[in-house]
Design a protein around this ligand. Structure first.
Ligand SMILES: Nc1ncnc2c1ncn2[C@@H]1O[C@H](COP(=O)(O)OP(=O)(O)OP(=O)(O)O)[C@@H](O)[C@H]1O
Ligand SMILES: [Mg+2]
Length: 238
């Protein structure tokens, strides 16, 4: 297995002493290609901050992030934007859909921005799997939280990125839909050898991962690499 993503001594500080917030305070981690990593931790522990840093959406105070052998901190804005679009699918905690685009336009936006042809059959499959057929012409404002979340998941998968970074992707879904979404992510990751880093509050989901990282106060306090129970995504059903 090869390392696809590496973070070294990442720090993100907000404000100044004495009111400094150390959102991340020296996080070092490595993710193998094809691995499913679950990040858990209490609210405010730094999970979203970490995901934003490893996805190159925010600049760390110090430390480095290497994805597919490239240090993203050394790229300029344009290089980083293109690199992100080609390699990373984001599922944000607050969805981040474009308000003036309908569901379908949101789903295919990253593909179109990259000047690629939409794989209509594949996109339709995702739409069908996420039960979004009836919502395709809706604007985000006219969708429920769960529907917007499913559009955000479809958008992240549509471009078949090497890495999927997901921030509570099932946070707004009922347990049946959460299971469906997990199954979809699992199938997608196996089909395209994708790497999945997912923040979750759901212990059952965390236990399905190949690796579980627990964050508290901006530090990794626990890394569980061994499978804690059967059904880890990377190796199950192989
Ligand atoms: N832009 C910002 N300015 C100042 N402080 C921030 C900023 N963004 C995050 N923080 C602080 O950094 C810490 C970590 O925030 P983060 O959003 O990463 O937590 P989280 O683990 O994702 O929480 P949750 O589970 O509630 O989503 C928190 O104390 C938060 O208040
Ligand atoms: Mg968060």
């Amino acid at each position: 297995m090869s390392t696809i993503l590496k973070a070294v001594n990442l720090k993100k500080y907000y404000g100044k002493e004495p009111n400094i917030t150390k959102a991340l305070d020296g996080v070092t981690m490595e993710v193998e290609q094809g691995e499913f990593v679950a990040i858990i931790g209490t609210s405010g522990s730094g999970k979203s901050t970490l995901l934003n840093m490893i996805g190159g959406l925010d600049v760390p105070t110090s430390g480095s992030v290497v994805i597919r052998g490239k240090e993203i901190g050394k790229m300029n804005d344009e290089q980083l934007t293109i690199f992100r679009r080609r390699n990373i699918g984001f599922i944000f905690q607050d969805y981040n859909l474009v308000p003036i685009l309908n569901a379908y336009q949101n789903i295919i936006l990253p593909i179109e921005l990259d000047g690629n042809k939409v794989d209509r059959g594949y996109v339709d499959e995702i739409i069908h799997f996420l039960h979004l057929e009836e919502r395709l012409s809706n604007l985000p404002a006219n969708m429920s939280g769960g529907q917007q979340q499913r559009v955000a998941i479809a958008r992240a998968l549509a471009a078949k990125p090497a890495i999927i970074l997901a921030d509570e992707p099932t946070g707004n879904l009922d347990s049946k839909t959460s299971q469906d979404v997990l199954r979809l992510l699992k199938v997608s990751c196996q089909q395209f050898n994708q790497t999945l880093v997912m923040i979750t509050h759901n212990p059952e989901i965390a236990l399905m991962a190949d690796c579980m990282i627990r964050i508290e106060d901006g530090h990794i306090v626990e890394t569980a690499k061994e499978k804690m129970m059967a059904g880890g995504m990377g190796n199950a059903e192989k």
